[in-house]
Each structure stands twice: as C-alpha cells, then as structure tokens.
Design a protein. Structure first.
Length: 117
C-alpha cells in the first residue's frame, strides 16, 4: 500500500525559507510522477509544483523562481524548497503521487506552513 508522509512545515517570517519533505513507501518511487499541492480553508486544493519521472520539474506561476521541487529516488523522498516566502503561501501542503502528471492517485496527510508578515 502506498504511503506518503510529509514533514518540514512550520512557522516562518515573510522572506524566509522552509524545506518540505515527503517520504514515500509501498511502491517503486522512480516509476511515478510526484507533486505538491496546497490548500487554505474554504478554497480548493491548488497545484504548486510537479516533477515527472524523468526529473523535469514544472511550477505554478505563483511560485516560479521561488520554489524548487526535487526528488531523491534512492531515498524515496520528494522535496520542496521554498524561498522568499510570502503570507499568501500560508496553507496546508500536500504531497501527491501518480502514474503520470495530472493523474494523482495518492495523497499524504499534509503539513501546515504559516508565513507571518
């Protein structure tokens, strides 16, 4: 059974940085595309960043040039390096996995990121 566990969230001041991690188990990690989404109360979950099986990343316009997604297939771990954080980045961040980009079959439980002004 696939399991995704996020960590690394917390409280940070605007302009600061955080690195999220997502430990994956129960599947062949390198065979899947992976991504990060985020959600705030009352809003739909929104795409943040994704990384293809090939390792090619892509980003939402709102985080481009500030966030970096990466994966370590040897450690079965996905990362999201978040720099120049803004209060608008405050959300619960979710890790997701699927056979191809856009088809997300599994989700983690989420980790809270709070950016204070």
């Amino acid at each position: 059974q696939v399991q995704l566990v996020e960590s690394g969230g917390g409280l940070v001041q605007a302009g600061g940085s955080l690195r999220l991690s997502c430990a994956a188990s129960g599947h062949t990690f390198s065979s899947y595309a992976m991504g990060w989404f985020r959600q705030t109360p009352g809003k739909e979950r929104e795409f943040v960043a994704g990384i293809r099986r090939s390792g090619n990343p892509y980003y939402a316009d709102s985080v481009k040039d500030r966030f970096t997604i990466s994966r370590d297939n040897a450690k079965n771990t996905l990362y999201l390096q978040m720099n120049s954080l803004k209060p608008a980045d405050t959300a619960v961040y979710y890790c997701t996995l699927g056979p191809v980009v856009g088809r997300w079959d599994y989700w983690g439980q989420g980790t809270q990121v709070t950016v204070s002004s």
